[in-house]
Design a protein around this ligand. Structure first.
Ligand code: G3H
Ligand code: 13P
Ligand code: NA
Ligand code: ZN
Length: 328
C-alpha cells in the first residue's frame, strides 16, 4: 500500500532502523527494489528526481510505482519526489499522487545557486502548508551537499551547487537546524555532512575530517524528534568499479560513504538514506560484463535481467545493513 513518509519514518525511529530511498528511472530499477524488499520483508521509499521525470516522463514513473504497489500489496511504499526546486514543482507532484515531496530550498529554482536562510524557510514553510493539507509529507534541506576537501558539489547535471561553496554551507549548523524545523514543521530534514551526489565523493577512503558523522550526533542531540536524511549516500562499491573497468570502463579511483558509517548515522537519528549511484554502478557493471562475455546475444532482456539481479543484490545488502529488513 502507498503510505506517507511520515508514517514510515515514525515507525523507523520507534524501532531504531533506517530506510534506503532508492531513485527510480525505469522498470528494471523498480523491479529490483521491490524484489529485494519482498525477499527481506522491508518497507520501501522510491524517489523520482527531475532527471528521472525528464527521462521517463512523470506519468510513466507514477504508473511504475503504482504497478509496484499493485504487484506487491503487502509492502508499504512511499512515493517520494526527490529535490523539488520550488513549491510549484512540489504541488504538481502532490497532484500526481506522490505521498511525499522534498522541497530543497538550499538551492534556488535552477537547482544550482545556494540561497539564503530566509528564502529556504519561506519556500519550505509554504510547501509544508500545502502538502500537509493533502496528507503528504515534506523533506527539507539545510546546508548544501559538497566536498569538505574541495567545496565542490561534484554533480555535473541535475541538482548540485555550481562553483565553490562557502565552508559554512557544507556542514549543517545544529542551532540553525532547530530553528528551521520549528519554523517550517518539516517531517524530515536533509543535512550536509560532506557527502555529495554521484560517484566522485572522496579521493580516499573517508575519515572524520571529510565525512562528518560527528555532526549528525550534534544535530540529533539538538533535535532528537526530527527524522534526519542523508543525501549522497552511495557507498560506491569497489567490486563494481573493478568489474566496470575490467570490461572496458574507465572510472578513476574514487570512494563513497562506507555502509558502516551510515549505520553509525542511523544510531543517531538518520532515518532516510538516499541511494542512486550504487544502483547505476551495479547496473552498468552487469551490462558490460554480460555483453563482453556473450558477444552473440542481442536480446535486451538478457542483459537487463542481469542488471536487475545486480541491483537487487545491492538493495538486499542495504535493507539488511540499515535494519530495514523485517519491518514491512
Ligand atoms: O539528486 C540526485 C540523484 O542522484 C538524481 O540524479 O537528476 O541524474 O536523476 P538525476
Ligand atoms: P548518490 O549519488 O550518492 O547515490 O545520492 C543520491 C541522492 O542523494 C539522491 O537525492
Ligand atoms: Na529526497
Ligand atoms: Zn540528493
Amino acid at each position: 500500500a502507498l503510505i506517507s513518509m511520515r508514517q514510515l519514518l515514525d515507525h523507523a525511529a520507534e524501532h531504531g532502523y533506517g530506510v534506503p530511498a532508492f531513485n527510480v528511472n525505469n522498470l528494471e530499477q523498480m523491479r529490483a527494489i521491490m524484489e529485494a524488499a519482498d525477499k527481506t520483508d522491508s518497507p520501501v521509499i522510491v524517489q523520482a528526481s527531475a532527471g528521472a521525470r525528464k527521462y521517463a516522463g512523470a506519468p510513466f514513473l507514477r504508473h511504475l510505482i503504482l504497478a509496484a504497489v499493485e504487484e506487491f500489496p503487502l509492502i508499504p511504499v512511499v512515493m517520494h519526489q526527490d529535490h523539488g526546486t520550488s513549491p510549484a514543482v512540489c504541488q504538481r507532484s502532490i497532484q500526481l499522487g506522490f505521498s511525499s515531496v522534498m522541497m530543497d530550498g538550499s538551492l534556488g529554482e535552477d537547482g544550482k545557486t545556494p540561497t539564503d536562510y530566509e528564502y529556504n524557510v519561506d519556500v519550505t514553510r509554504r510547501t509544508v502548508d500545502m502538502a500537509h493539507a493533502c496528507g503528504v509529507s515534506v523533506e527539507g534541506e539545510l546546508g548544501c551537499l559538497g566536498s569538505l576537501e574541495t567545496g565542490m558539489a561534484g554533480e555535473e547535471d541535475g541538482i548540485g551547487a555550481e562553483g565553490k561553496l562557502d565552508h559554512d554551507k557544507l556542514l549543517t549548523d545544529p542551532e540553525e537546524a532547530a530553528d528551521f524545523v520549528k519554523k517550517t514543521h518539516v517531517d524530515a530534514l536533509a543535512i550536509a555532512i560532506g557527502t555529495s551526489h554521484g560517484a566522485y565523493k572522496f579521493t580516499r577512503p573517508p575519515t572524520g575530517d571529510i565525512l562528518a558523522i560527528e555532526r549528525i550526533k550534534e544535530i540529533h542531540a539538538r533535535i532528537p524528534d526530527t527524522h534526519l536524511v542523508m543525501h549522497g549516500s552511495s557507498s560506491v562499491p569497489q567490486e563494481w568499479l573493478e568489474i566496470i573497468n575490467q570490461y572496458g570502463g574507465e572510472i578513476p579511483e574514487t570512494y563513497g560513504v562506507p555502509v558502516e558509517e551510515i549505520v553509525e548515522g542511523i544510531k543517531h537519528g538518520v532515518r532516510k538514506v538516499n541511494i542512486d549511484t550504487d544502483l547505476r554502478l551495479a547496473s552498468t557493471g552487469a551490462v558490460r560484463r554480460f555483453l563482453a562475455e556473450n558477444k552473440a546475444e542481442f536480446d535486451p532482456r538478457k542483459f537487463l535481467k542481469e542488471t536487475m539481479k545486480a541491483m537487487t543484490e545491492v538493495c538486499v545488502a542495504r535493507y539488511e545493513a540499515f535494519g530495514t529488513a523485517g519491518n514491512a
